[in-house]
Design a protein around this ligand. Structure first.
Ligand SMILES: *Cc1c(COP(=O)(O)O)cnc(C)c1O
Length: 451
């Protein structure tokens, strides 16, 4: 680590930012502290922050804060800036679109970018069948629309979601989300007609995919008649719930069962989508072919855009005018998405696998000497470690908090997750360099050893 004077001018983002960890103040520095004070006076308390820093620029694998600290980014703004922050291709495409027009509302007058994004998603999502796409703004909004579409296509109302699921913070998606704190407490009543099934969680249930699917299906059939179920919604690898990777066979068995009952299968790939897991979509790892795929986070390189893509006959069930919204498929976000998608198709799937190889080696070595690292799991650049009390095997949320705090203090942006708050997750931008990644892993492993 080198100590420099704070950068005299505001740095520009993108990959030209010096790719180094550089601490010039304690975290948070005085400029971030001043903004934190203004935040608590101006911003609703419910809007939290993982790290107490404010950002001046970001790019490649670093985030530069307003004090001139350069932090290693292992979060990508929660799996959003996979292509890299302020990626030059995304910036150029979005800037060019900004100069032409900023908005028309696609449902008033159309534009080609929206159609091009739909064509790209129809081509890239799993499943070799005719597809349609509709665009929205956020992951939660897209999940809501996937449910609307499934209900419209089946004329049924019930939705099945899973333990540890996270699908968003709107009224319906809170109902689908499993965890109360911080997402649901005090915010009910929630959307009705949601039933919950056990998720395949190999580290905890020790079951094969087939066994876990049988138990889940039994549980569902005990709660609700199958001919009342419109859809099952599942994250192929769970995000906020703890990066839970289901056992092989679980997802296809669930899909086969659902299809045999006329139930629409929705994959929520909001966090797993777009090269993140070392495949364009995580469903591909499991031979899972959903009817509808929901995407958002990585799609537009940091601009807000989300989508529902799926079987033409299901997508077209909703009547003309039944889907939409003022901003859905904003032209600037679409231009950014087309540039991001070009990058995902140009080597970023392989880059996610390289990141997996580098990180897994380091994390598995740490686990070999430390019984508190109960599980190392994930795919591609979506990896996690689950921390437990070795004596009891119970989740250790306290240890997880201490590890994250120690890592933050050393200038690494790191996120935790898990229903029990005991999972450290890695979501580096795919634009991060090997050296920065290794440095961040060293800091993380040392923090675990010292905690
Ligand atoms: C983040 C996330 C959502 C919600 O997306 P927002 O854009 O925050 O509304 C839904 N599902 C999954 C799997 C997510 O990770």
């Amino acid at each position: 680590m080198t100590l420099h004077a704070p950068a005299p001018t505001t740095p520009h983002g993108g990959p030209s930012l010096p790719q180094e960890r550089r601490l010039v103040t304690a975290i948070p520095g005085p400029a971030s502290q001043a903004l934190l004070a203004r935040k608590s006076d101006a911003v609703a308390r419910g809007v939290g922050m993982t790290m107490p820093v404010f950002v001046a620029a970001a790019g490649g694998g670093v985030i530069v804060d307003v004090d001139g600290n350069s932090l290693i980014d292992l979060g990508s703004g929660i799996a959003v800036t996979s292509v890299g922050n302020a990626d030059p291709g995304v910036v150029a495409a979005a800037s060019a679109q900004l100069e032409q027009f900023t908005h028309t509302c696609f449902t008033v007058t159309g534009y080609e970018g929206y159609v091009e994004v739909a064509e790209a998603l129809n081509r890239l999502t799993p499943g070799d069948f005719a597809k349609r796409t509709a665009l929205f703004n956020s992951g939660a909004e897209a999940v809501e629309n996937a449910v609307k579409i499934a209900r419209s296509a089946t004329r049924r109302s019930t939705i099945v979601a899973f333990d540890h699921a996270y699908h968003g913070r709107t009224s319906l998606t809170m109902a689908l989300t499993a965890k109360s704190m911080p997402y649901k407490r005090g915010f009910g009543p929630f959307g009705a007609e949601v039933h919950r099934a056990p998720m395949s969680y190999p580290f905890r249930d020790g079951l094969s995919g087939a066994e876990a699917a049988r138990i889940a299906i039994e549980r569902i059939e005990r709660q609700v008649e199958t001919d009342e179920i419109a859809a099952v919604i599942i994250e192929p690898i769970q995000g906020e719930g703890g990066f839970v990777v289901p056992a092989d066979g679980f997802l296809p068995a669930l899909g086969d069962w659902a299809r045999s009952h006329g139930i629409v299968v929705i994959a929520d790939e909001v966090q797993t989508g777009f090269a993140r897991t070392g495949a364009m979509f995580a469903s591909e790892h499991f031979g899972f072919e959903p009817d509808l795929v929901v995407t958002a986070k990585g799609l537009a390189g940091g601009l807000p855009l989300s989508a529902v893509t799926g079987r033409a006959e299901i997508m077209d069930a909703a009547h003309a005018g039944g889907l939409g919204g003022t901003y859905g498929g904003n032209p600037v976000a679409c231009a950014a998405a087309l540039a991001a998608i070009a990058a995902f198709e140009d080597g970023l799937v392989d880059r996610a696998r390289e990141i997996e190889a580098i990180a897994l080696e380091r994390l598995l070595a740490a686990q070999a000497g430390d019984a508190r690292i109960g599980d190392v799991r994930g795919r591609g650049a979506m990896l996690a470690i689950e921390l437990v009390d070795p004596a009891t095997g119970r989740p250790d949320a306290d240890l997880t908090k201490r590890v994250a705090a120690a890592v933050h203090a050393q200038g690494v942006v790191l996120l935790t997750c898990g229903t029990d708050g005991n999972v450290v997750r890695l979501l580096p931008p795919l634009a991060i360099g090997d050296d920065l990644l290794r440095e961040a892993l060293d800091i993380l492993c040392a923090a675990i050893a010292d905690a």
